[in-house]
Write a protein that binds this ligand. Structure first.
Ligand SMILES: Nc1ncnc2c1ncn2[C@@H]1O[C@H](COP(=O)(O)OP(=O)(O)OP(=O)(O)O)[C@@H](O)[C@H]1O
Ligand SMILES: [Mg+2]
Length: 224
């Protein structure tokens, strides 16, 4: 599903080059739930952003479903994201001027789905928000906003889900609920799921855990 070869990322900060990711090799097979852990600043979000094609690496290649991201234009990357990739972030990133239901419906409409409204309602119901269709994000609790974000990420049943500390802004009860939801949807859909987390108990539920430190994979642990 994901094939990363010799991936490096550096940026210049105050005129000095800073290496953020260094010679990463990573293969994520289809349907795998992969957890990425590591200290703050180790490059987890950068790696996830590169997988999503939100940034371009300094060196190396990322192939998703047989497509080398470096060969794609910005438009083609946006299309690939729309069709294949769902994303959940620590801060929910909902569109504030749209209702919860519209936030879920929009990506489906962009995908050209004819039953977008119906499908958005189904997803909102799946995340337990059937009574919140017409609420705006500010009228929702953090946990509810993140559940909308999960419903939106799963709109169109993406082959790949990328989540960056999806429970980072939630209390433990809401965090558990969001995680159970993500794991249930992953299991039902059988998609590939890459999850960045600080929560080791959660990481332990993944098929495999990789640990990043200073931009390098320093540990790998597979569940048997
Ligand atoms: N635009 C940028 N310019 C310069 N340095 C950056 C930039 N973006 C990120 N970095 C640096 O790259 C390193 C990795 O950042 P990244 O956000 O990937 O870490 P992370 O592992 O996700 O950390 P956290 O757990 O705190 O979210 C950090 O040292 C950060 O300061
Ligand atoms: Mg991060």
């Amino acid at each position: 599903m994901i094939d990363i070869q010799n991936l490096s990322m550096s940026l210049s900060s105050a005129g000095r080059p800073v290496t953020i990711l260094k010679e990463i090799y990573l293969h994520v097979p289809q349907k795998e739930l992969l957890a990425i852990v590591g200290p703050s600043g180790s490059g987890k979000s950068t790696l996830l952003g590169l997988m999503a094609g939100l940034d371009r690496p300094t060196a190396g290649s990322i192939v998703i479903d047989g497509i080398d991201l470096s060969t794609l234009s910005e438009d083609a990357l946006a299309t690939l994201r729309r069709e294949k990739i769902g994303m959940v972030f620590q801060s929910f990133h909902l569109i504030p001027t749209m209702t919860a239901l519209e936030n879920v419906q929009i990506p489906l409409e962009l995908q050209g789905k004819t039953n977008a409204a119906q499908e958005a309602k189904r997803l909102m119901t799946a995340v337990g928000l059937e009574a919140r269709f017409d609420h705006y994000p500010v009228q929702l609790s953090g946990g509810e906003q993140q559940r909308v974000a999960v419903a939106r990420a799963y709109a169109g049943s993406p082959a790949l889900l990328l989540a960056d500390e999806p429970t980072g802004n939630l209390d433990s009860k809401n965090g558990t609920r969001v995680i159970d939801l993500l794991l249930d949807l992953h299991r039902d859909l059988g998609n590939t799921f890459v999850l960045v987390t600080h929560d080791m108990a959660l990481a332990e539920r993944a098929d495999r855990i990789i640990t990043l430190r200073d931009g390098e994979i320093v540990e790998e642990h597979t569940h048997t």
